[in-house]
Design a binder for this molecule. Structure first.
Ligand SMILES: Nc1ncnc2c1ncn2[C@@H]1O[C@H](COP(=O)(O)OP(=O)(O)OP(=O)(O)O)[C@@H](O)[C@H]1O
Length: 305
């Protein structure tokens, strides 16, 4: 089952088309990376899913129920972490979660129990200081705890890691991965290594549409092997290899790092055939020849303009 389906969604701001016939499904239980460069329309799409922004056309369903602009019925299934979450700075995390629990009508005992569990999940149990003194990472983690108070089926996070240092990013990714057993996670980002780390599904948003989507394995298979790494035992071998001309026309480009050479090509089969005849002719014997796994980044750079 899909927790979220978006069909033929379109949205303009004035004359600027932001989203144009966008189709996307988020399977239940997935950790879904919604990828697009700055200004691609990720936040705009999420706001329409939350009923906070009116689409020009198209349909959105959350847990099989239609989303209507200005009506929040489907938000009972969703927890949302905006890109810059706002808090009452004078409160402690416990006080803040208590307030949020009261606003959504949870009982006192439920608020107490869930706050303890969630603060422990996000590593803020025992944090007695006021939120005003929190780092960005701590605020994002508290934002996740707040978004999970209602035990949503779908957690939507808008670029939860983009302003964080590597430690803060890892903490957020670990939390999202940890909850993925019980909550479907959709998060927007342009950091592809974050997607490779925890997502099982992803979609590239480009020019208002989904350019590519699927499981990470499906997306990478589209690209195939496109890089070959060669490591030479001496600089002399590397320089001699670089003087050989037959491979050059088959390459998009190559990268050199110490005695390693990475060859990028769209025609890896021919590169390999050519490589072995060059090695046989010259007598050069690399200490390593390795086909490199295709990366999301290389696919992204190819399909996203
Ligand atoms: N209320 C609005 N009125 C006019 N233009 C808007 C409005 N909201 C967003 N936009 C424009 O729509 C485009 C998409 O914005 P959006 O915030 O959805 O992109 P994004 O993919 O989330 O980008 P980022 O990664 O930078 O957050 C941008 O050009 C933005 O300036």
């Amino acid at each position: 089952m899909n927790v979220l389906t978006v069909q033929n969604l379109s949205k303009c701001f004035g004359k600027q088309k932001i989203i144009e016939n966008l189709n996307m499904s988020v399977p239940e239980g997935s950790v879904f990376g919604f990828i697009g460069k700055n200004g691609a329309g990720k936040t705009t799409t999420m706001k329409m899913v939350l009923g906070l922004l009116q689409p020009d056309s198209g349909k959105i369903h959350v847990c099989n129920e239609p989303v209507f602009f200005g009506q929040t019925k489907t938000n009972q299934y969703i927890g949302y972490l905006p890109d810059v979450p706002e808090f009452y700075n004078y409160m402690t995390p416990t006080q803040y979660l208590k307030l949020c629990g009261e606003v959504i009508g949870l009982s006192k005992s439920c608020i107490f129990q869930r706050s303890q569990e969630l603060l422990s999940l996000v590593g803020l149990n025992g944090a007695a200081k006021q939120i005003g003194g929190f780092s960005r990472g701590m605020k994002q983690r508290l934002g996740i705890a707040q978004a999970l108070l209602t035990q949503p089926k779908l957690l939507i996070c808008d670029e939860p890691t983009s302003a964080l240092d590597p430690v803060g990013r890892k903490e957020i990714l670990d939390i999202l991965y940890k909850i993925s057993g019980t909550t479907t996670v959709l998060f927007s980002t342009h950091i592809l290594s974050d997607v490779e780390r925890i997502c099982d599904h992803a979609a590239f948003l480009n020019e208002g549409k989904i350019a590519v989507s699927g499981t990470l394995a499906e997306m990478k298979a589209l690209r195939g092997h496109d890089s070959l790494l060669l490591e030479f035992s001496t600089d002399k071998d590397l320089q001699l290899f670089k003087k050989q001309k037959p491979i050059e026309p088959l390459l998009l480009h190559s990268e050199e790092n110490n005695r390693e050479l990475i060859l990028h090509s769209r025609d890896m089969e021919n590169v390999q055939n050519c490589l072995f005849s060059v090695l046989a002719l010259t007598g050069i014997c690399p200490i390593k020849i390795e086909l490199m796994e295709p990366s999301l980044e290389s696919l992204f750079l190819e399909v996203v303009k």
